[in-house]
Design a protein around this ligand. Structure first.
Ligand code: PFF
Length: 475
């Protein structure tokens, strides 16, 4: 193991292993349904341009900062930040934001796994459908041939009404995630990423080509890229930045943790650029994969969360070989969700292992188990607990069920606070020589980086926090 460098003896076996794992962390549910929907709703090309600016100006410096903290600290997010703080001669309390990141990762995973469970359910539905059609000698059939476009959306509502199924899928998804993390960095996480990510890319390209030939490709291109600058306002820019940070897995301890396993020889800056480039490329390609199919059957592009689970299955119903393409599509989403969940759990597991001295499998099963239980509450808030309001006294969350409350707390508070503290720490507190030694940036690039991370990022992230907490400020 050339890259075995961390204190626990764990490390990526090559630079590519790290890149695939980090891209796996970044590419997830956020890229596949959230980015295309946001872009479509908020001015197409104008949104895409703002998004790309956020990735380059704020996302990349944040990714670089987190990976450098991890590589210097060689530990979980909390202990790595403490180490950088110590070596910079500043208070160890800065470790707090490492801890916030870990808490954020746990909170994200609790509901992420529930949604990934829906994906798994659709893999099952489409799989049964495809193999049924295949054995009946009709592999070119549309999906769910026995149903109608009116009944297909019921698949989702039926799932939401069925607790056993909902929880069963959540158990299954969390179980697979824990199992992989328990196997370790090289034998679990890296192996999963090196199998799942290439398969993901192949599927993405294949389904995009399929959509380009059978669907409304030109219309999708126009929808995603024709810039409508009149749609841009403070709220849209705010959303673009929030999405860019979430999509790049910033402020959730995952990148710091993965950075801890990176070999000394690896150059961090070009690696960070590759992660950002791949993540953004996938988000855009996902739009080019989904919308030609959605438009082919005249469905609404702004359907929101139901786009993937209700609109697309209706499209696959009428399209040639829809049952096969539908199956492949949900397998693709499943792969994307799994590699992201693995990174979220690893962020928490690495910390638990360090803190308690537990073995990796023990840390993975215990932390995964606790997160699973919080996820159960998120899942049940879709039906029997739909009236529970955890923070009903707070106007911001007065209408939010458990799922939306946890999602909102993370997106509006925990992640922005963590990102804000990370940028202030690296921009102002961390030893300049230490940062220079880890990033190996030229003097010119270093001043650009210092400006972006020390000024632009904190101001922009502070605005996300402000507008998230006081939405009325945006009018
Ligand atoms: N970036 C993932 C997505 O776009 O779905 C979500 C995510 C994964 C966020 C890992 C944070 C994280 F640490």
């Amino acid at each position: 193991m050339a890259g075995a460098v961390a204190p626990g003896g764990e490390g990526w076996s090559s630079r590519w292993a790290f890149i695939l794992a980090a891209v796996g962390a970044a590419v997830g549910l956020g890229n596949i349904w959230r980015f295309p929907t946001l872009a479509g709703e908020n001015g197409g090309g104008a949104f895409v341009l703002v998004y790309i600016a956020c990735v380059i100006l704020i996302g990349l410096p944040m990714v670089l900062s987190e990976v450098l903290i991890g590589r210097h600290g060689r530990s979980d997010a909390y202990h790595s930040v403490v180490k950088v703080a110590e070596d910079s001669g500043v208070s160890k309390s800065w470790g707090l934001f490492g801890g916030f990141g870990i808490l954020g990762a746990a909170a994200i995973l609790s509901f992420y796994s529930v949604v990934a469970g829906w994906v798994l359910y659709y893999v099952g539905v489409m799989g049964a459908d495809f193999f049924g059609a295949l054995f009946a000698g009709n592999p070119m059939a549309g999906a769910l041939a026995a149903e109608t476009p009116e009944t297909i959306p019921n698949r989702m509502t039926d799932l939401f009404a069925n607790n056993t199924l909902l929880l069963g899928m959540h158990v299954l998804f969390m179980g697979v995630t824990i199992w992989i993390v328990a196997r370790g960095v090289t034998d679990g996480i890296e192996k999963a990423a090196t199998i799942l990510m290439p398969a993901f890319f192949v599927l993405l390209v294949l389904i995009t080509i399929y959509g380009a030939f059978t669907g409304e490709f030109a219309k999708a291109v126009a929808f995603l890229f024709t810039p409508d600058f009149s749609k841009l306002n403070a709220s849209v820019i705010n959303e673009a930045l929030g999405q860019a940070l979430f999509s790049m897995s910033v402020a959730s301890a995952a990148l710091i943790t993965y950075g801890g396993y990176v070999a000394r020889e690896t150059k961090l800056a070009p690696t960070a650029v590759m992660i950002g480039f791949a993540d953004t490329g996938v988000a855009i390609l996902a739009g080019l994969m989904i919308f030609p199919i959605v438009f082919a059957v005249g469905l609404d592009a702004a359907a929101g969360p139901t786009l993937v689970f209700q609109s697309l299955p209706i499209a696959f119903h009428t399209m040639p070989a829809g049952s096969l393409v539908g199956l492949l599509f949900f397998v693709l989403v499943f792969f994307a969700a799994l590699t992201s969940s693995i990174s979220l759990l690893e962020a928490v597991t690495a910390w638990a292992k360090e803190k308690t001295g537990w073995s990796r499998p023990m840390a993975a099963w215990v932390t995964g188990g606790v997160i699973f239980l919080v996820g159960v509450a998120c899942a049940l808030s879709l039906n029997i607990w739909s009236d529970v309001r955890l923070l009903g006294f707070w106007p911001l969350f007065a209408e939010a069920n458990i799922f939306d409350t946890i999602d909102g707390l993370v997106g509006k508070i925990l992640l922005p606070v963590t990102a804000l503290l990370t940028s202030i720490f690296i921009g102002w507190k961390a030893d300049k020589k230490l940062v220079q030694a880890e990033t190996e940036l030229s003097a010119g690039m270093m001043s650009v980086y210092r400006f972006l991370i020390g000024w632009l990022a904190p101001i922009a992230v502070f605005l996300i926090l402000l507008f998230g907490l006081f939405p009325s400020l945006l009018g």
